[in-house]
Design a protein around this ligand. Structure first.
Ligand SMILES: *[C@@H]1O[C@H](CO)[C@@H](O)[C@H](O)[C@H]1NC(C)=O
Ligand SMILES: *[C@@H]1O[C@H](CO)[C@@H](O)[C@H](O)[C@H]1NC(C)=O
Ligand SMILES: *[C@@H]1O[C@H](CO)[C@@H](O)[C@H](O)[C@H]1NC(C)=O
Ligand SMILES: *[C@@H]1O[C@H](CO)[C@@H](O)[C@H](O)[C@H]1NC(C)=O
Ligand SMILES: *[C@@H]1O[C@H](CO)[C@@H](O)[C@H](O)[C@H]1NC(C)=O
Ligand SMILES: *[C@@H]1O[C@H](CO)[C@@H](O)[C@H](O)[C@H]1NC(C)=O
Ligand SMILES: *[C@@H]1O[C@H](CO)[C@@H](O)[C@H](O)[C@H]1NC(C)=O
Length: 696
């Protein structure tokens, strides 16, 4: 737990604290130079000043007088100047993080004398390395660091090649970040020796040549990022041996040949990015047996053949981009069953036949691009049901008939329907007006379908969806009330959307407690006078549905005095909400930062204990460890007795058996977080590893 206390500069008297061992003032608003005096305290072991506003340079003798220093965190400041070689005199350093500053000049080669280093993170600076010469090669000398777990050099202009000697990097290495570093040459085969590597990021360099087959030996690999290079040759089938692979991005290269048929071995895969290469032949059928895929991006290749109905098996798919290929045949109707699909592009192919009616079932769809194909027939009226659709493009096809007018179609302009000579509709769409009253036999049949069959399909889908939602939320013995009389009433309190509406005076501004990324929280008074907090998900936001499911998945299983208690949920197709215990004292963020709020040391200590015990429970108190992933003062709520309750499980992750993968992947999603919260997340993940260690 990091407490935000003060701002301003650090007084030099800090140097008088002769026996100081730890100095931890991360995530504050300190400014001015870093206090040089602290580097004169010989007992100091940890100096952590990340995420402040420190400027100026490092003390020239930084490592001379700190023989016990193990941890130095200065990342996320505005420090400049060079990293002096005296850093290497701090010979006990194990964790050195200087990322996200403006350091420039050479990374001192003496850094490789810090033999105990486990983490070396210099990302996001303006650092270079001494060009390779017969006497010295920077990367080769890094193999001195036998305990290295993380090497981060991304976003520095290193301008060098990766020598074959990286095969002698520490086998402890788990994370290697050398993206955006102007690295030339090829990827050395010896990289396969790094058998404990979990994340390999070499994207956005100038790497050429093939992807070495030896990547198949990195069995722990979860994230492989090689995109934005000039790699050529085939995708090696050895990749299929990487059973832990969670995300692979090899897009924007010059890879050719087939997509290997063995890809179905990658059973952990969630994100597949192969766009912008020269891949040809058909998309292997068994790719679609990877039913956990969330994103598939194959656009801008030379893929041909028709699309199989098996695409419909990938039920959790959120994004499917097949644009700019040579795909032909009809669009499989099964795609209409992908209820989580948000983004679908098939533009610029040779698809034919009609747009399936079933597309009306793509209830999460926000983006649909079918332009530049040979699609014919009418635009199905079922698309009017896609209430989140923001972008539609069916231009450059041979569609005909009346453009639907309801639902999202009120927002679309002529640019969505260009160059389809047979379309008719409103003048603003720049198509010919529809001839009213001329009954065409075909249209009558269509009208019948619309009138009788569709509603039946709609009702069936609704029932299936309700049953699905119900069973999903019900698994593992929790029972959720769904607004349907046919379902059994459970022990949870049953509250209707109408009652919530009344409780919050129509979700009025006056009742708004706060807004988060996925929705709003209102204060409400139920009919019996109970005061509650109502978290309403804004389903228009990408990912909100997932967030609801995640939170549902976590909250139904857990119970602890320091976690926010759930009273019930209210869930139907258009409306999803949680009814939660109301916390009269608001969130910790408010208490830490608002004028006039004050927490005593004892209160702070109690809050820390509360949060720690909530975390301990999440990580170890329940059969499946849970990582909160979004721990921050905002999500720590205080009840009337100032007892802290951890809230907001919208992006929490359940760790399955032996699923260590999720750990690093959680770290890999840091990009979505407020930078200041990364520290807390790291704390959480480190805590977790710690627990799993001590309980083994
Ligand atoms: C930190 O420094 C930046 C740039 O100098 C400035 O924009 C920002 O307001 C500062 N933040 C604080 C809290 O002092
Ligand atoms: C640190 O100690 C050295 C040697 O005793 C001294 O020369 C230097 O001025 C001190 N630096 C600071 C900032 O106090
Ligand atoms: C720092 O390390 C260098 C190289 O190991 C050594 O020559 C020098 O004496 C050390 N300086 C101090 C002040 O310990
Ligand atoms: C990076 O450092 C080089 C010299 O090493 C300098 O020319 C350049 O301006 C620096 N770039 C930034 C963004 O500071
Ligand atoms: C890696 O280390 C081994 C053993 O020390 C050595 O024989 C080999 O030449 C090294 N590889 C490279 C490419 O330097
Ligand atoms: C795919 O997995 C199977 C079973 O684990 C294994 O026998 C096969 O060798 C794997 N194929 C490839 C190409 O890795
Ligand atoms: C639809 O696609 C066509 C062809 O690529 C493009 O010209 C048009 O601007 C697009 N329409 C919209 C709304 O983006």
């Amino acid at each position: 737990m990091v407490i935000h206390i003060v701002a301003g500069a650090i007084p030099s008297e800090i140097g008088n604290l002769e026996n100081l061992e730890m100095f931890n003032i991360g995530l504050n608003y300190f400014t001015g130079p870093i206090p040089f005096e602290i580097f004169n305290i010989s007992t100091i072991q940890r100096i952590a000043m990340p995420k402040n506003n420190f400027s100026g340079h490092l003390p020239p003798n930084i490592g001379f007088f700190v023989p016990n220093l193990e941890i130095l965190f200065l990342w996320g400041n505005q420090l400049s100047g060079t990293i002096t070689s005296s850093i290497s005199n701090a010979s006990q350093l194990a964790n050195l993080q200087l990322a996200s500053n403006s350091f420039s000049g050479l990374i001192p080669k003496e850094i490789c004398n810090l033999r105990l280093l486990q983490v070396l993170d210099l990302q996001d600076n303006n650092l270079t390395i001494e060009p390779s010469n017969p006497e010295f090669n920077f990367f080769s000398s890094l193999s001195n660091l036998r305990y290295l777990r993380l090497l981060g050099l991304s976003n520095n202009p290193l301008n060098d090649i990766l020598p074959s000697s990286i095969e002698n990097f520490s086998t402890s290495l788990q994370e290697l970040y050398i993206d955006n570093c102007n690295i030339r040459g090829s990827i050395p085969r010896g990289i396969g020796n790094l058998r404990n590597l979990m994340n390999l990021s070499l994207e956005n360099n100038e790497l050429a040549g093939p992807i070495p087959t030896t990547v198949g030996r990195m069995h722990m690999l979860q994230g492989l990022f090689l995109d934005g290079n000039r790699l050529e040759g085939p995708i090696p089938s050895y990749l299929c041996q990487l059973k832990s692979l969670f995300i692979i991005d090899i897009s924007a290269n010059k890879l050719s040949g087939d997509i290997p048929t063995c890809m179905d071995n990658l059973t952990s895969l969630r994100y597949l990015y192969l766009a912008g290469n020269k891949l040809s032949s058909t998309v292997p059928l068994n790719l679609w047996s990877l039913t956990n895929l969330l994103v598939v991006s194959l656009s801008s290749n030379y893929l041909s053949g028709s699309l199989p109905f098996e695409i419909g098996n990938v039920k959790v798919l959120m994004k499917l981009d097949l644009s700019s290929n040579l795909l032909s045949g009809q669009i499989p109707t099964t795609i209409g069953g992908l209820k989580d699909l948000v983004n679908l592009s098939m533009s610029n192919n040779q698809l034919e036949g009609s747009i399936p009616e079933s597309f009306g079932g793509l209830v999460s769809l926000e983006f649909l691009d079918l332009s530049k194909n040979n699609l014919s027939g009418e635009i199905p009226k079922s698309l009017e049901a896609l209430s989140y659709l923001k972008y539609l493009n069916v231009s450059f096809n041979i569609l005909q008939g009346k453009i639907p007018v309801g639902g999202p179609f009120v927002h679309f302009s002529a640019a969505s329907f260009m160059s389809n000579d047979g379309l008719c509709g409103a003048p603003r769409l720049q198509v010919s007006p529809c001839k009213e009253g001329v009954s065409q036999p075909k249209k009558v049949v269509a009208a019948h379908i619309l009138k009788y069959v569709l509603p039946t399909i709609g009702v069936t889908m609704l029932v299936i969806a309700l049953v699905l939602v119900w069973t999903r939320c019900r698994k593992r013995n929790a029972k959720l009330p769904v607004e349907s009389n046919s379902l059994p009433l459970a022990t949870w309190r049953r509250i209707s959307q109408q009652e919530l509406f009344q409780a919050t005076q129509g979700f009025s501004e006056g009742n708004l407690l706060g807004k988060g990324s996925f929705g709003s929280v209102y204060q409400g008074t139920l009919l019996d006078g109970m005061i509650v907090a109502i978290k309403v998900f804004n389903l228009e936001v990408e990912g909100a549905l997932k967030s609801f499911d995640a939170e549902c998945g976590v909250l139904r299983n857990i119970r602890h005095r320091n976690l926010v208690k759930i009273i019930t949920t209210c869930s139907n197709m258009e409306f999803k909400a949680f009814v939660l215990e109301y916390m009269p004292n608001g969130n910790l963020e408010k208490w830490l930062y608002s004028q006039g709020s004050y927490l005593s040391i004892l209160q702070r200590l109690n809050i820390m204990k509360d949060v720690a015990s909530a975390l301990e429970y999440l990580h170890y108190g329940y059969s499946t460890p849970i990582i909160h992933c979004d721990l921050k003062p905002n999500n720590i709520l205080l009840d009337e007795d100032m007892v802290a309750h951890v809230a907001d499980f919208g992006i929490a992750k359940l760790l399955g058996d032996g699923d260590s993968m999720v750990q690093t992947m959680t770290l890999a999603t840091i990009g979505y977080m407020a930078p200041g919260d990364v520290f807390l997340l790291q704390l959480e993940v480190e805590c977790l590893s710690f627990y799993s260690c001590i309980h083994k």
